[in-house]
Design a protein around this ligand. Structure first.
Ligand SMILES: NC(=O)c1ccc[n+]([C@@H]2O[C@H](COP(=O)([O-])OP(=O)(O)OC[C@H]3O[C@@H](n4cnc5c(N)ncnc54)[C@H](OP(=O)(O)O)[C@@H]3O)[C@@H](O)[C@H]2O)c1
Length: 336
């Protein structure tokens, strides 16, 4: 079967095509014929580390969806032909997070990912794909969708009358925007591009701020909300955005700490948290249980993920380059 491998080979750009044998499912496992895989910002960070050589031979990309194509013994919950996606953490099926789940993240340091024609995974790590979604749409859900769901809904309790701030118009941000529209929350979007802001308005964004033209976007946000601020913030930027997020949070609000778009290690002034009686919620993607709950919500609300571009399997390096360009609005997908 065909696959991509991470590689430090000169000129490979971090990924190379590979022909490898088709995996067979063992007891408790299922084989998926992958129909589509999607990229996240994390995959760019992994690609950068591929140049160091330690990840040679690892199949990249955490996110994918496809069809159950072979079933090992002792698997009762899946049948041939079922449409499924793999959970980001193979081992975080249900219940609270445990640090021991971290090494089971797909397409990372220790586990192969989804950029291959066939993958074999434990039956317990799969979730059903919503019937209304194509495999291309479903492939966008495991990381970006579940992260926004876990932070905003499962932990953040966002609902009608709340105000959400999303930073940028990438994968996590647009899932957050769609969830806000579905629950009746007002959405504030900051972006580098007026054209992207216009598209965000069509998805339900009501306060739109260009953070290039308005670097003090926290002040603009406060003005636009009559000094109230945002009850929920998807903190995606890290050091470059954190202090402004703290200045944008409403009394009793919640900052969902997720991203590292401007680097690692923010050293925010947390005094503001105290004066706003606000909370920080740390999120690392989510469980299979979160994924299944989000899928029910997507079906109930007829939500379709925002897919920007779809690349062919041979064009996977171009898909990485497009994501890195920052031109995308929503998700970038590779079709198998
Ligand atoms: N903790 C977790 O479990 C978890 C899970 C998923 C993602 N993440 C993190 O969340 C972040 C977003 O991931 P993603 O996959 O959704 O990324 P993505 O799809 O690549 O989105 C990137 C977008 O963010 C916006 N952006 C960049 N710099 C910004 C800044 N300084 N201020 C505001 N917006 C900025 C840009 O949007 P515009 O072009 O509109 O400006 C850019 O296109 C990343 O740091 C990722 O590592 C963490």
């Amino acid at each position: 079967m065909k696959a991509y491998h991470l590689s430090d080979r000169a000129g490979a750009g971090g990924v190379v095509r590979a022909d490898v044998s088709k995996p067979e499912p063992d007891k408790g496992e299922v084989r998926i014929r992958v129909e589509a895989a999607s990229l996240n910002y994390r995959d760019l960070m992994i690609l950068d580390r591929a140049g160091e050589g330690a990840l040679n031979g690892r199949v990249p990309l955490s996110d994918g969806a496809g069809i159950v194509d072979a079933i090992g013994s002792d698997v009762l919950q899946w049948q041939l032909g079922d449409r499924v996606a793999a959970s980001f953490f193979r081992d975080w099926v249900t219940g609270p997070f445990k640090a021991s789940y971290l090494p089971s993240a797909l397409g990372g340091n220790t586990m192969d990912g989804m950029l291959a024609e066939y993958v074999v995974l434990p039956a317990s790590s799969l979730v059903s794909v919503p019937a209304q979604l194509s495999s291309i749409e479903a492939a966008t859900l495991p990381c970006a969708g579940v992260t926004a769901w876990h932070g905003l809904i499962a932990r953040g309790g966002m609902g009608n009358g709340d105000t959400l701030l999303v930073q940028g118009t990438g994968g996590v941000a647009l899932f957050g925007l769609q969830f806000a529209a579905a629950v009746g929350a007002r959405a504030i979007v900051i972006s580098s591009s007026d054209e992207k802001l216009a598209r965000a308005r069509a998805l339900g964004g009501s306060i739109l701020i260009n953070y290039r033209d308005t670097p003090n976007w926290d002040a603009a946000l406060m003005k636009a909300t009559n000094g109230e601020g945002a009850t929920h913030i998807l903190e995606l930027g890290g050091p470059g955005t954190y202090d402004r997020s703290l200045r944008s949070v409403a009394s009793g609000g919640k900052i969902i700490q997720i991203g590292v778009l401007t680097g690692f290690g923010p050293k925010p002034d947390l005094a503001r948290l105290q004066w706003a009686n606000a909370d920080i919620i740390g999120v690392t993607v989510g469980s299979g249980e979160h994924f299944a709950a989000m899928n029910r919500f997507l079906s109930d609300n007829a939500i379709h993920p925002i897919v920007d571009r779809v690349y062919g399997f041979d064009e996977a390096p171009e898909a990485y380059a497009y994501l890195r360009s920052g031109s995308h609005f929503g998700k970038v997908v590779v079709k198998l």
